[in-house]
Design a protein around this ligand. Sequence first.
Ligand code: FAD
Ligand code: NAD
Length: 471
Amino acid sequence: ASASEDKDLVIIGGGVAGYVAAIKAGQEGMKVTCIEKRGTLGGTCLNVGCIPSKSLLNNSHLYHQILHDTANRGIEVGDVKLNLANFMKAKDTAVSGLTKGVEFLLKKNGVEYIKGEGTFVSENDIKVALNDGGETTVRGKNILIATGSEATPFPGLEIDEKRVITSTGAIALEKIPETMIVIGGGIIGLEMASVWSRLGTKVTVVEFLGQIGGPGMDTEIAKATQKLLKKQGMEFKLNTKVLGGDTTASMIKLDVDAAKGGKPESLDADVVLVAIGRRPYTKGLGLENIGMELDERGRVIVDSEYRTKIPHIRCVGDVTFGPMLAHKAEEEAVAVVEYIKKGFGHVNYACIPSVMYTYPEVAWVGQSEQDLKSQKIPYRVGTFPFSANSRAKTNMDSDGLVKMLADPETDRLLGVHIIGPNAGEMIAEGTLALEYGASTEDIARTCHAHPTLAEAFKEAAMATSSKAIHF
Ligand code: FAD
Ligand code: NAD
């Protein structure tokens, strides 16, 4: 890197937020530098988040299905064995292929990629401690903070990523634990609980709210999900708070307070997964050197154009406001470059889908029934079960339902909530409908191919605006 050359945009962090902004800015003809300290691009998502977890989810589901769901389909299999080392290797191959692909894309778009840790030394200058030793300085007319997030630790339980683990340890265990306690029944907790439970671990999920999936998940869907996951062998302790733990013995002991009306108890397990949320990451960034303060949750404060209080320094992704999701980071990354280059950009925060990649998948977009109730917004509900969908029946895969919420006056779609096979793909249709301000009648009158799971989506819309045909 040349210290003398001013860049149009210097990006700190090469995660989804940072690398997407880098590509977009390169496409817009800007001179761009992206600084990443991990050694590979793609951030949490590609290296230790979305991608490795989905490899393990996909392959553990396949294994579980071969063990438990073949005889009824007329498929006789012999001795089925899991090779954990190769199972992990398949994940590593997916990760390295994708991170290298991102590096290629940066090159293709003329982005300078520096491997090292970036620290503000002034409002325009970033000092980089290079991974290979030594340091350099880059100067930017605009600077983008995209440093992401890290797992929130549990006070008193020291993470060693072997016995007391975060998601990073959970995607890399070297042997299948007999027992696991998951603290936090949110998305990470349930995805990782699914992986290990399918491989044979006895998993107990402890969640202090009254429902799994976090507060964003529609309560009816959360209940249905919990029932299905319980059938798969997971145990749940809701309304239960972990008070503390002791890791000195070979089994880890956790003290939990009682679920409503119960007695305090002590649980033990070989491995404890801490999955109580993530927090913004700004360590080493030198924000104090430029007098930039964080909000009470450690987030970088930005305005609606992602500007911090120093206007040429902007910030997107997990390190600032909004849901900690890769696709949200990606939308913001494109928008922030458009703001810098053209003066306008756009992200519709009301239309960001959520997907939990358990089996079945759970996906939603827009408002939940409890959201609408608490805001006293009137709504109409329509549902359609996959047990009445021909493709789901044929596939012998018919647990779950599609639920739609619409304005009773205008019929405008307000929310879509799906639990079922391929819910994560199907939610794209709901997101598009919501983005375009569709009514449920618009969806109901749109021809959907037969036999597809997507017909359940159309029929849920029919059930909302009038009546479903097949139920
Ligand atoms: P990050 O991906 O965290 O990237 C920030 C990067 O900045 C990091 O690579 C870090 O090394 C680098 N950095 C930090 N400080 C510096 C510095 N001073 N100098 C240089 N580099 C620095 N989201 C989904 O949408 N779908 C999913 O399926 C999904 N699954 C997930 C599974 C797990 C187990 C986890 C943990 C997360 C998952 N997420 C998922 C969330 C998703 O990973 C994040 O929302 C996303 O990675 C945020 O992108 P980001 O670029 O803001 O931050
Ligand atoms: P989360 O906020 O989704 O869930 C944390 C859960 O832990 C909540 O339900 C909370 O009530 C519970 N909790 C908190 N403290 C507790 C305590 N002391 N005892 C018991 N329960 C407690 O957070 P997460 O699951 O850690 O995920 C972090 C972020 O990563 C989220 O923003 C999530 O959206 C993102 N992520 C997304 C995906 C996906 O999109 N598929 C996958 C993984 C992670």
